[in-house]
Design a protein. Structure first.
Length: 458
């Protein structure tokens, strides 16, 4: 799509928003219902697209993407009318007599830029929130997941009224054109590097942003943990989408006294995940492209491999890999891995480890495996991170009842459920004043008597 076509879509979306149709509950509800019908009617097509883009099995695609979209739709539809109502708040003494209400209203034309790793979920989930809040949108899916982008474009085109949502397919040139436009809100999911560029571009128009970024999400396993279950859950967290998950466990710090036991269990789980070569090739997601495949294989070079370590450049699949004794200055410990490679590093003191983690950029997620409630609370209280789990991985994001978002280098803003509605809404405070009474002390001339009265009242 060329520059002029994108600008035209932006103008068409702006014109549609100006009709005020999106401000009504009935319109928003009908759009959400139409979107859900479209997704359900094209569900098989989405599975096929995700298979082509990432070799995701239908089962993995459903539990990690499509089911979460349905859950978000169901949750929001049931509560939207209540969220849209103006909320009455108590007036202060200075405002009396009056009524004060906070009115949620849409921002206008929103830009949603989504990544390739969960291309259905991370495009449709913020879109649901934007529509629920009454906005119109330009969607920009990733060029690295073209089949899913095309499937979403078809769903949008066939399901929603023209002007509500436009899908812009393409790559870097389209991104640059979009980022130069004066959107009313920008929602970006991707890397911190690109997130900085998005924020810089948005600042030129004073456009508010939500940035859902990434980071090196650490795992801590202490000596009290159930090691067998820990290894099983870490395997799930790391191998889901072949580790190409923004909240995937990046590396594991394990107490030295149970390190050998954990490695043994991880080797067993990593090597036993797929019961046959056919199962491995059929259901194990591939690395998105050759560039990322080569980067990951380079991270393995020179490391001590406990299991895995080999890659198939033709299929772009890398064996589930556990690394041992990776030094802090090794490449694999210097960046977000974003692949099926799990370094395991022993530690001795939880206090020293907490201090070390706090010297790093704030991660998007943190996972702590323990049976000690006091230690768990210490980790929650002392380390800043986007979100996480005690004794599990990934699952903290799988609910519309709780917000998801990063902090610091891992992002800003949050969404899911009511937080999606809040993110895409401006909350406008309106005071309605009575004509029947006026407080004289606010008017000139100011006297000592008025000052005394003000100090008593305010």
């Amino acid at each position: 799509m060329n520059h002029e076509d994108i600008r035209l879509k932006f103008e068409q979306a702006s014109a549609f928003f100006a009709t005020n149709q999106t401000r009504s509950y009935d319109f928003r509800r009908s759009c959400l219902e139409a979107l859900e019908r479209g997704i359900r009617s094209h569900e098989k097509g989405l599975y096929l697209a995700l298979k082509k883009d990432l070799n995701k099995s239908e089962h993995e695609a459903f539990i990690t993407e499509i089911s979460l979209v349905y859950g978000e739709l169901s949750y929001i539809k049931k509560r939207l009318r209540r969220w849209m109502r103006p909320k009455r708040v108590l007036p202060s003494i200075a405002q009396m007599p009056s009524s004060v209400r906070v009115h949620p209203e849409p921002y206008g034309v929103c830009l949603i830029m989504s990544p390739w790793n969960y291309p259905a979920l991370l495009t449709l989930s913020p879109l649901i929130g934007a529509i629920a809040a009454g906005n119109v949108c330009l969607l920009k899916p990733s060029a690295y997941s073209p089949h899913t982008s095309s499937a979403i474009a078809t769903i949008v085109r066939e399901s929603l009224p023209e002007g509500v949502v436009f899908v812009v397919e393409g790559g870097r040139a389209e991104n640059e054109t979009l980022l130069d436009l004066p959107f009313d809100y920008t929602f970006f999911t991707g890397s911190p590097t690109v997130g900085r560029l998005v924020m810089e571009k948005a600042s030129r128009h004073l456009t508010p942003v939500t940035l859902e970024l990434g980071g090196r999400s650490p795992v801590i396993v202490d000596e009290s943990a159930d090691i067998e279950k820990t290894a099983k859950r870490l395997t799930f967290g790391k191998l889901t989408n072949a580790g190409q998950t923004c909240i995937a466990p990046n590396h594991v710090f394990v107490h030295r006294s149970v390190a050998d036991q954990l490695v043994e269990e991880l080797v067993k789980n990593f090597s036993g995940t797929f019961d046959s070569e056919e199962h491995y090739q059929k259901d194990y997601p591939r690395i998105v492209n050759r560039k990322h495949f080569d980067r990951l294989m380079q991270l393995i070079e020179g490391q001590e491999v406990a299991v895995g370590g080999r890659g198939d450049g033709e299929r772009l699949q890398i064996e589930p890999t556990v690394l041992l004794n990776s030094s802090k200055d090794s490449p694999v410990m210097a960046e977000e891995i974003f692949g099926p490679i799990l370094p395991v590093i022993p530690y001795d003191s939880l206090g020293d480890l907490i201090a070390e983690i706090k010297t790093e950029p704030k991660p998007l997620a943190l996972y702590y495996f323990t049976k000690d409630k006091e230690r768990a609370q210490r980790v929650i209280d002392e380390i800043s991170y986007g979100g996480g789990c005690i004794n599990d991985c990934l699952l903290h994001i799988a609910s519309p009842y709780a917000p998801f978002g990063g902090v610091g280098n891992s992002g800003m803003g949050r969404y899911h459920g009511v937080d999606s509605f809040r993110t895409f809404s401006h909350f406008k405070t309106v005071l309605k004043k009575s004509w029947y009474f006026d407080v004289s002390l606010r008017y000139h001339p100011f006297t000592e008597k008025k000052t005394r009265q003000a100090r008593r009242l305010l």
